[in-house]
Design a binder for this molecule. Structure first.
Ligand code: ACO
Length: 319
């Protein structure tokens, strides 16, 4: 027995930062960002904590499933940008929503949501849970060096959540890590012990072209592998939910896969790359727009720092 998705939810910060607004303090242009990435704007946490966002997404998903805080057996949060190093983001969300079940984080960068689903799968397989809340929430704007124009224009903030219950919705899921630190990393805080060299400032450092090369391969291999593992062919897939890192990466996947481009769900123009939150936000938006029908087969794929990648096929079980 594995799981089915019972409900979804999302939350975005109020502040929208358009490319034009970004140009007032970053040496870039709307034309460069749109043509190289497909991004037009992003939401940025100015007033909200990440816990605020994640708890809002969680409450929406729980209300939609008719699940109360006391019904939850486990809370998993995928994030690399939480409010605290410790306690975990899952812990601060647990407090905010008034739950009391075990709660912990999964750190796997952009594919973190799919890594968290893999952890959840194990709990269902062992009969350890009936209701699991999985949240992916990121305030990537906090990790940016806003003087680094090749990185800061790419990301946005947001949160998505799902409530899972026992079921047969999960058809295949695979996670991968290829230890390559120098391609994309954020140095950790070091404390202030007198006499010890202080660490670098804690900003994301990225070799964009290396990530790009990794991403295009990871995206196609991941999707194909998960579709095959599910015993399906590309023609069976109703919707693809690709990681929203760069429209050119998505277009590359569209050109290589035997799945019509209109079946790829996309919101990168409005939201940019919200890291682990991309896929659950996309799920909730697509559900709200009435695109997802019960029985639809969804193929998902994401890649990120690590280098990590993950892919899954899930049958949509919600009416
Ligand atoms: N505005 C204007 N010019 C810019 C900007 C900008 N924002 N950023 C870079 N440039 C310039 C560069 O300085 C360079 O100028 P030069 O030729 O005079 O030196 C020129 O544009 C070309 O730069 P490239 O790096 O070659 O641009 P590229 O086409 O490779 O696009 C990008 C860069 C968008 C970063 C691309 O490589 C990319 O999307 N990579 C993948 C990144 C990604 O997906 N990251 C998320 C990983 S997920 C996670 O876990 C967080």
């Amino acid at each position: 027995m594995s799981f089915s998705i019972l409900s979804t939810g999302r939350a975005l910060p109020k502040t929208v930062l358009t490319n034009e607004e970004l140009c007032s303090f970053v040496d870039t242009t709307d034309e460069w960002i749109r043509s190289r990435t497909g991004i037009g704007q992003r939401h940025i946490c100015m007033e909200e904590s990440l816990t605020d966002l994640a708890a809002e997404a969680a409450r929406r998903a729980m209300a939609s499933a008719g699940v109360g805080a006391g019904d939850l057996d486990l809370i998993l949060c995928a994030t690399i940008s939480s409010d605290y190093i410790t306690p975990s983001h899952a812990g601060t969300v647990q407090e905010a929503i008034g739950a009391s079940c075990p709660a912990f984080d999964v750190s796997a960068a952009c594919p973190g949501f799919l890594f968290a689903l893999d952890v959840a799968d194990g709990y269902f397989a062992r009969g350890r849970a009936k209701r699991i809340l999985v949240i992916a929430a990121e305030a990537m704007s906090r990790l940016m060096d806003w003087r680094d124009r090749s990185t800061c224009v790419l990301f946005g903030d947001g949160a998505g959540a799902v409530v899972l219950g026992p079921g047969e919705g999960l058809r295949s899921l695979s996670i991968r890590t290829q230890g390559r630190t120098n391609v994309l990393y954020v140095p950790a805080a070091r404390g202030n012990l007198p006499g010890r060299a202080q660490g670098p400032e804690s900003y994301a450092v990225m070799d964009g072209q290396e990530v790009f090369k990794f991403a295009v391969t990871a995206m196609c291999r991941g999707l194909r592998g998960s579709i095959r593992d599910a015993g399906l062919s590309e023609a069976d897939i109703d919707w693809v939910l690709p990681h929203q890192a760069n429209m050119r990466i998505i277009e590359f996947a569209m050109s290589k896969m035997k799945i019509p481009p209109e079946r790829f769900l996309i919101n990168i123009e409005r939201l940019a790359n919200t890291s682990a939150a991309c896929i659950p936000i996309l799920l909730d938006e697509s559900r709200e727009q009435g695109k997802l029908k019960k029985g639809d087969l969804l193929a998902m794929c994401a890649f990120g720092a690590g280098l990590t990648s993950a892919s899954a096929v899930i049958r949509w079980e919600i009416d």
